[in-house]
Design a protein around this ligand. Structure first.
Ligand code: NAD
Length: 471
C-alpha cells in the first residue's frame, strides 16, 4: 500500500517519531488506494515554530523576489499538471476531463493573477500628513477542503506569499497525494526554508491546536460553516484574524425572456459540475411559475443525457462524491425531499448498472418551497431544487431568503434588468449570462453564513495584510 507523508517542515519532509495512519479510499470503487501518515501534534508545533522563525525572511523578500518565487511555483504546477489531475480524480472522483482542465486551470489562474497584482499593488502611499504601509499580517495558517483542492490551496498560498507571510497549511486529508505534489513544487522554489510548511491529518486533531496557537497570526479557512464557526470561537482567545470561506445555497434566477431549451440545460450543468460538490453551485433554480411545466420537461430530457460513472472515462459527466459520509448524507436529503416535494429525475440509490462506489443519481426536484430543507440546506451533491416565482420582486425575495450568500447567477437577455437584479442579491458574487466566473481575479467570498473573507487577486492579497499608519 502506498504511504504518503505530508509533513513538510522548515524545508524538509519529516518522518514523525509518532505516526497515526488514515486509510485513503477511492470513491469510485471503495478500495483503499493509499495511507496517509498523519502529522503529530508535536510536529505541528514544530511547523508553526518554523513559520514563526521564517516570518522575518518572508517579509524581507522584495516584490520581485516574491514574483520570482510565484513564477517558479507556477512553472512547477504546469510541469506536473497531468500528475496532479490524475491524483485529484483518484482522491475525490472528479471526471478526468474536469480535473485536467478546470481543476488545474483555476490553480494556474490564481498564481498568474497574483503575479499581476504584485506588478501594480501599492504597498505604500502618502496620505494627507501621514504615510500608510501595508505589512504582512504574520504567520498564516491555511486550512482547505477537498472539493476544488488546487484552486483552494493555491489561491491562499499565492496571496500569502505575495503578502510576505510564512505559511502553515493543512490541506484536506482526502487530498494527500495531490497536496504532496504542491509541497514538492514549493520545495523546489527559492522560498526561504520555513516560509512554507505542510501538515496533514484529521481536522479535529490538528485544527484546534492551530486555531488557538498564539504564534499563528491569521487563519484562512475554506470548508463547512460548522467547522468555520468552531475555528472562529477557538481563535477568539488570541484575537487572530479569521478569514472564512464557507458553504452556500446559491440561486440562479432565469428570467422569462431567455431561450429555455438552452438556459435550463446550462443551469443544470452549472449545478452538477464537479458532481455537485461546489460551494458556489447554483442549487436553487428560480423559474417563472408559468414556465414550470416546460422547465420540468426540458430538465428531465437533459438529465437523461448525462453520464454518471467511471471518472477516468473521457465521456463521464458525473463521477462519485468524495466519501461514504457525503454519500449517506446526500441520500438522506433525497429521501427527505421525496417525502415532501416532487421528484422529476434521479432519486435514491446508485445509478443503474453501478453497484460500487459513492455514485449518486443526478436528482432534480420541482415546485420546491423555499423553506423546504431542499432549498435551505447545502446538500453538496448533484441535487437541484427548482423553485417558481411570480414576478422578479418575488424572485429577489426568494433569493435573499437564505442563511447563505455566497454566489448567484442570472440568465436574462436584458442586461440592464440583470444588473438591477444583481444589485439586490445579498451574495458575494453574481454571474450574469456566463457559465462560470472564469479566470478573472474578481473577489470571491460570502455574505451571511457563507463567510467573511474575500479571495483572489487584489482582495485576496489584502486578506493577508495589516494596515499601518506612520505619522
Ligand atoms: P470540512 O469543514 O469538513 O473540512 C475542511 C477542512 O477543515 C479540512 O482540511 C478538514 O480536515 C479541516 N477541519 C475539520 N475539522 C476541523 C476543526 N475542528 N478545526 C480546524 N479544521 C478542521 O469541509 P469539507 O467537507 O472538506 O468541504 C466541504 C465544505 O466546504 C462544504 O460545506 C463547502 O460548501 C465548503 N466550501 C466552501 C468554499 C468557499 O470558498 N466558500 C469552497 C469550497 C468548499
Amino acid at each position: 500500500m502506498t504511504k504518503v507523508n505530508n509533513t513538510y517542515i522548515n524545508g524538509n519532509f519529516q518522518k514523525s517519531d509518532y505516526i497515526s495512519y488514515l486509510d485513503l479510499i477511492n470513491p469510485s470503487n471503495e478500495k483503499i488506494y493509499g495511507v496517509l501518515e498523519c502529522t503529530s501534534v508535536n510536529d505541528l508545533e514544530k511547523a508553526i515554530h518554523a513559520a514563526f522563525i521564517a516570518q522575518n525572511a518572508c517579509m524581507s523578500l522584495s516584490i520581485s523576489e516574491r514574483k520570482h518565487i510565484l513564477s517558479q511555483i507556477l512553472t512547477g504546477i504546469i510541469e506536473r499538471r497531468d500528475e496532479i489531475a490524475s491524483m485529484i480524480t483518484l482522491e475525490m472522483g472528479a471526471p478526468i476531463n474536469l480535473s485536467k482542465n478546470a481543476h488545474i486551470q483555476m490553480g494556474i489562474d490564481h498564481l498568474e493573477n497574483t503575479i499581476h497584482v504584485l506588478d501594480e499593488y501599492k504597498f505604500e502611499s502618502n496620505e494627507n500628513g501621514y504615510k500608510i504601509i501595508k505589512m504582512p499580517i504574520g504567520v498564516a495558517a491555511l486550512i482547505t477542503p477537498w472539493n476544488w483542492p488546487l484552486n483552494q490551496t493555491l489561491t491562499k498560498i499565492a496571496s500569502a506569499i505575495a503578502a510576505g507571510c510564512a505559511i502553515v497549511i493543512k490541506p484536506s486529508e482526502y487530498c494527500a497525494f495531490s497536496s504532496k505534489i504542491i509541497a514538492e513544487v514549493i520545495d523546489a522554489s527559492d522560498l526561504p526554508p520555513g516560509g512554507f510548511n505542510m501538515v496533514n491529518g484529521l481536522g479535529a486533531d490538528l485544527g484546534p491546536v492551530i486555531s488557538q496557537h498564539n504564534l499563528v497570526d491569521m487563519i484562512s479557512f475554506t470548508g463547512s460553516t460548522e467547522v468555520g464557526i468552531g475555528i472562529q470561537e477557538l481563535a477568539a482567545k488570541t484575537v487572530k484574524r479569521v478569514s472564512l470561506e464557507l458553504g452556500g445555497k446559491s440561486v440562479h434566477i432565469v428570467c422569462d425572456d431567455v431561450n429555455f431549451s438552452e438556459a435550463i440545460p446550462t443551469a443544470i450543468n452549472q449545478c452538477f459540475i464537479n458532481s455537485g460538490q461546489s460551494c458556489s453551485a447554483p442549487t436553487r433554480l428560480l423559474v417563472p411559475e408559468h414556465k414550470m411545466e416546460e422547465v420540468k420537461s426540458i430538465a428531465t430530457n437533459h438529465i437523461n443525457t448525462l453520464i454518471t460513472g467511471d471518472p477516468l472515462s473521457e465521456n463521464t459527466h458525473l463521477g462519485p462524491v468524495v466519501n461514504n459520509k457525503q454519500y449517506m448524507s446526500i441520500q438522506q436529503h433525497i429521501k427527505n425531499g421525496m417525502e415532501s416535494c416532487e421528484l422529476i429525475s434521479g432519486g435514491l440509490g446508485r445509478p443503474d448498472n453501478i453497484d460500487k462506489g459513492f455514485f449518486i443519481k443526478p436528482t432534480v426536484f420541482s415546485n420546491v418551497p423555499n423553506n423546504n430543507a431542499l432549498a435551505t440546506e447545502e446538500i453538496f451533491g448533484p441535487v437541484l431544487s427548482i423553485i417558481s416565482y411570480g414576478d422578479l420582486d418575488e424572485a429577489i425575495a426568494i433569493a435573499n431568503d437564505s442563511k447563505y450568500g455566497l454566489s448567484s447567477y442570472i440568465s436574462s437577455k436584458d442586461t440592464e434588468i440583470a444588473y438591477k437584479l444583481a444589485q439586490q442579491i445579498k451574495a458575494g458574487q453574481t454571474i450574469i449570462n456566463k457559465v462560470s466566473r472564469g479566470s478573472v481575479p474578481a473577489p470571491f467570498g460570502g455574505f451571511k453564513m457563507s463567510g467573511n473573507g474575500r479571495e483572489h487577486g487584489k482582495f485576496g492579497l489584502e486578506e493577508y495584510l495589516e494596515v499601518k499608519a506612520i505619522i
